[in-house]
Design a protein around this ligand. Structure first.
Ligand SMILES: [Zn+2]
Length: 446
């Protein structure tokens, strides 16, 4: 239950890919947290007793959906000592201890609220330490506090020695082991599944490891079958043509990060018989990669191997976006929050980078983060659009975001499930923001 209200005389930015903007709109939100009416102010009757929020001169967009979030850290670069291989097992042991679990849950709460306060009303975690995100998602769903809608993955699934293993992964080396891991996570209440189809940048030990195929098609097929039987979408970390092709053949629903595309890949994205909804989508995560490539390694603190892998992956990711645009493949939006330089309040920067570096129009970027992500995650009958019957997940902004996504840094209101947050604030890291601002002048930006 939330107090019913109406946003009166707002300009609606619908989040469609054409960039439709409709002035003079009134949105009525009922006490069940859903949109009861939406239409031109003259055509809508605000029921008596409803709070009226004058929104003349303000812009309303669907709440953002972040399809690729981690919540175990705040995005500040890790101190070099923790990046040493010798520290890995110590950090991991602490994270999996009771004290570590308590700390992770507290951090997760803080981080999901930071995302909410910057306009993210739905997020999907794709690789957690344990089941701390499931716990927080359940608290929110039970109404303990106001938070975003959270799809939680629990630990990702990887092979021995694979990406994310052993710190944040359940390990398997056969299809049946993989099935057992999915079943175990489902039993813990996950609402998303994430796998590492290929190597990654952050934990590669040799140049070229990022993108190298890791999980076999058979293993991924087993995982997809188990997840799809439970109605759950599978995300695959995948950064090469070979790895992505195997993942798509297995029925993976969302390819995270991506690469340039072969003909087989483009046709599987558009028509994937083994996927849950018949198609697969690309979710690039530029914010995790471009700063590593474009900023001085002395600032980012990454080693030469990670830097070389990031360069290779970055180029491929950008080509993947171009290929998706050229072939009309669904593109979603994810930030890879918690990785170094990816804070929980900078979701708008991902949209900005999709435009500056990825070649999307601002309308296509907002679409990826709203209507497209809702469809990709199977939530389009719940959220992602400003439509009668959907959850009142809205962001009210001073400026048209299609002119500048930076307006998301200071929303007037964030509305989630009908609960209104007025001028929500977040804690920012000035140093990170300065560095990311400097990328706007990068020669490869538009
Ligand atoms: Zn990630």
């Amino acid at each position: 239950m939330s107090a019913p209200f109406a946003l009166v005389e707002a300009t609606v930015v619908t989040g469609d890919s054409a960039g439709t903007v409709v002035p003079g709109m009134t949105i009525v939100v009922d006490d069940d947290g859903r949109i009861g009416q939406v239409g031109s102010t003259a055509a809508v009757t605000v029921p008596s007793g409803y709070r009226r929020i004058e929104a003349s001169g303000l812009f309303v967009v669907p709440g953002l959906i972040n399809a690729h979030a981690h919540l175990f850290a705040d995005g500040k670069p890790l101190p070099p000592i923790l990046l040493k291989e010798s520290a890995e097992s110590l950090v991991s042991a602490f994270m999996h201890s009771p004290a570590g679990g308590w700390m992770l849950k507290r951090r997760t709460r803080t981080n999901v609220l930071t995302q909410l306060h910057s306009g993210v009303t739905t997020l999907r975690s794709v690789g957690d330490v344990g089941y701390e995100v499931v716990a927080v998602a359940n608290e929110i769903a039970a109404g303990k506090y106001v938070g975003p809608r959270v799809l939680a993955s629990g630990p990702l699934m990887a092979i021995t020695g694979g990406h994310g293993a052993p710190q944040i992964a359940l390990i398997s080396d056969s299809p049946w082991d993989a099935r057992r891991n999915v079943r175990r996570s489902l039993r813990k209440g996950v609402t998303a599944i994430k796998i590492a189809a290929t190597g990654g940048v952050t934990d590669a030990r040799v140049v070229g490891e990022a993108g190298r195929p890791q999980m076999t098609e058979e293993e991924m097929t087993a995982i997809c079958e188990e997840a799809h039987n439970a109605g759950i979408v599978v995300a695959a970390h995948a950064q090469s043509q070979a790895g992505i092709t195997a993942a798509l053949r297995a029925g993976v629903d969302t390819i995270e990060h991506g690469s340039s595309m072969s003909d087989e890949m483009t046709s599987l994205f558009k028509d994937n018989p083994r996927s849950l909804h018949g198609t697969s989508a690309l979710i690039p995560t530029l914010q995790a990669c471009l700063p590593l490539v474009k900023l001085d390694p002395r600032i980012t603190g990454i080693n030469a191997i990670a830097r070389a892998n990031a360069e290779m992956i970055g180029e491929e990711m950008l080509q993947g976006i171009r290929d998706a645009l050229a072939n009309d493949i669904a593109i979603g939006m994810g930030t890879d929050s918690a990785l170094t330089h990816v804070t929980h309040y900078n979701t708008w920067r991902e949209l900005d980078m999709l435009v500056r570096f990825g070649g999307l129009t601002p309308a296509q970027a907002l679409h990826a983060a709203t209507q497209s992500n809702a469809r990709i995650l199977g939530l389009d009958t719940v959220t992602g659009s400003i439509r009668t019957g959907l959850a009142a997940d809205l962001v009210v902004l001073d400026e048209n975001p299609l002119t500048s996504f930076r307006t998301f840094t200071a929303p007037r209101y964030v509305v989630v499930g009908g609960a209104v947050l007025e001028a929500p604030a977040v804690t920012r890291f000035a140093e990170i923001d300065e560095r990311l601002d400097s990328l706007e002048n990068d020669p490869s930006a538009r």
